[in-house]
Ligand binder design. Structure first.
Ligand SMILES: Cc1cc2nc3c(=O)[nH]c(=O)nc-3n(C[C@H](O)[C@H](O)[C@H](O)COP(=O)(O)OP(=O)(O)OC[C@H]3O[C@@H](n4cnc5c(N)ncnc54)[C@H](O)[C@@H]3O)c2cc1C
Length: 536
């Protein structure tokens, strides 16, 4: 079982960045120095900065750029390109909440079946803990508060429709022409949209990814994240297969709503690729929060019981089987793959990688010079802000005439599980491999709120410092508000803050975040890759 895609973990994210850079050289020199084009569109005032050195002008084409996919990367690239004076059309499938080969919708995965609906579900589920915690603070218990799944589902759908409309307006206001239908590349400059052909000087593939299922008996009975966001009722019992961030996020959501949740993953700990100490701490906290974790187990089959509920059979490494019975649902969160089916990529000679990802150079150019790709379809770092960055860089490259590479250094990320996790920079293991000599600062504590609430949940914080330079190269947190806190530290790490500089920062009291600037005692020193005695 592939529990995490390469993009779902910090270790792999960093490697993915460098792998992308390495691929750059393999595509060839033409790709390494992309040629900006001359736009067909009347230039606006700022267009004076465009370097029109791109060989043929694009007047022979219908558009300067046709983007296939109006998700995070496609929308961003398209609207920035028009703001730089290019004439752009964007192709997108008709709207549906659950994606398929023929359904999608402007906004893409993040807005319609990823980050946004997921976070709305996280918010909805968190109230359950708030109600419980409030009792310790004197709020009298008046029975168990009830939750209307239907009310929530309706509110969520309304918000997604609003966002879909807002994204359409964004494209319209940016003068990006929306072409609804299935986009297929016919040749290096032609795109077929549900039977009608359009030409462009450059084609941008921004089709994202789709959930994949394990090929086990009964896979057709399982749901993926798409359906998990659209369930008609709250599951009383659910088994989630996978140990990556999506699996842990949905496990936390359903558990907070009061469901019995079993989380199954092959590794001894979830979240492969994250800092090992973070994984261990999170593992313990997930159990404390109420998840039943089946570590080191592989799904064998899923069966429908006579009463309509599902049995999920899992096996440990010795083949001993466990039956998890009476599930309302079994969710497979076992990886995603690039959505390249039917795009015509092989036919036009666009090189694909092992997972079907579009291989690109450092400028997001494919093996066909006029065809480019950004976002999840390239399987670099599969996160919305990264797709946005790649889209903006490409718009500069193509429409502004400024060849621009996305910068994959210090990309922060979060897991909105219970508890949440956030991270930026290197794990301890990566830092040891890179620098040999590092200092590690850690702190684990019970947050003030939980002293009175009675919640058993604890918080963990960690700084990884390159001992030679004193530069903080990694920052990790498990606990409430970690994503909000980490965004600020991502700025500091990107600016190459040193530990000595962090030590000069005054804390905000009382807060959990202040701990990051008050960690004075080194937890362990590692020299030449080996731990040495911790010093106070
Ligand atoms: C459950 C879940 C939770 C997530 N949570 C987070 C999170 O918290 N934070 C985060 O940063 N990232 C998160 N992600 C990842 C994030 O959603 C993606 O990285 C991001 O959406 C990628 O953007 P994209 O532009 O590459 O592709 P998408 O946003 O997937 O957009 C691709 C678009 O192309 C369209 N399309 C595909 N094929 C065709 C075709 N042939 N013709 C026309 N249109 C086509 C699709 O319909 C889609 O709208 C999550 C993903 C999932 C699944």
């Amino acid at each position: 079982m592939q529990t995490t895609g390469r993009s779902h973990a910090p270790v792999q994210r960093t490697l993915a960045g460098s792998a992308a850079a390495m691929r750059a050289s393999s595509i060839g020199s033409a790709a390494a120095a992309p040629k900006p084009f001359r736009s067909t569109r009347p230039r606006r005032a700022h267009a004076a900065v465009v370097r029109a050195e791109g060989g043929n002008g694009s007047s022979e084409y219908d558009y300067d750029i046709i983007t296939i996919g109006a998700g995070s990367g496609g929308v961003r690239a398209s609207r920035f390109a028009t703001s730089y004076g290019a004439k752009v059309a964007c192709v997108e499938l008709p709207f549906d909440y659950i994606s398929s080969d023929s359904k999608g919708g402007v906004g893409g995965t993040c807005v319609l079946r990823g980050c946004v609906p997921k976070k709305l579900m996280v918010y909805a589920s968190e109230y359950a803990d708030d109600f419980k915690d409030s009792v310790g603070f004197g709020w009298e218990e008046r029975g168990v508060p009830s939750h209307s799944w239907t009310t929530f589902l309706e509110a969520k759908r309304k918000e997604l429709q609003r966002l879909n409309g807002a994204y359409k307006n964004t494209l319209k206001n940016a003068s990006v022409e929306l072409l609804e239908g299935f986009g297929r590349i016919v040749d290096a400059h032609t795109v077929d949209v549900s039977g009608k052909r359009y030409t462009a000087k450059n084609i941008l593939i921004a089709v994202g990814g789709k959930p994949t299922k394990l090929p086990i008996p009964g896979a057709e009975l399982c749901i993926t994240s798409d359906e998990a966001l659209e369930l008609p009722a709250q599951p009383k019992k659910i088994t989630v297969l996978g140990g990556g961030y999506i699996a842990l996020e949905f496990s936390g959501i359903f558990q907070r709503f009061g469901g019995e949740v079993h989380t199954v993953f092959r590794q001894p700990m979830p979240l492969r690729g994250f800092d090992e100490e973070v994984r261990k701490f999170a593992f313990e906290q997930y159990a404390a929060a109420g998840l039943t974790m089946h570590a080191g187990h592989t799904p064998v089959e899923v069966r429908k019981q006579p009463n309509g509920l599902l049995t999920c059979v899992v096996a440990d490494k010795d083949g001993n089987q466990t039956e998890i019975t009476d599930n309302d649902h079994v969710m497979m969160a076992t990886g995603r793959s690039p959505k390249v089916g039917g795009l015509g990529l092989e036919e036009v000679g666009v090189a694909l990688g092992k997972k079907g990802e579009v291989v690109v150079n450092a400028y997001s150019q494919t093996s066909v010079p006029s065809i480019w790709a950004v976002g999840d379809v390239t399987d670099r770092i599969n996160l919305t802000p990264v797709a946005l960055m790649e889209g903006m860089a490409l718009a500069k490259t193509l429409a502004l005439g400024e060849p621009t590479k996305p910068d994959y250094d210090f990309v922060p990320s979060a897991v909105f599980s219970n508890p949440s996790i956030a991270t930026v920079g290197l794990t301890e293991e990566q830092a040891v491999a890179k620098y040999g000599d590092i200092d590690v600062y850690t702190s684990s504590f019970r947050p003030m709120r939980n002293t009175i609430s009675g919640s058993p949940m604890r918080t963990f914080m960690k700084l990884v410092v390159a001992a030679g330079s004193d530069v903080v190269v990694g920052c990790h947190m498990v606990g409430d508000d970690s994503a909000e806190i980490m965004q600020g530290f991502a700025v500091a790490l990107k600016m190459r803050v040193t530990k000595a500089q962090l030590d000069t920062v005054v804390g905000i009291h009382p807060s959990a975040a202040e701990e990051f600037v008050t960690m004075r005692s080194v937890s362990r020193r590692i020299r030449k890759g080996q731990p040495v005695t911790a010093a106070a």
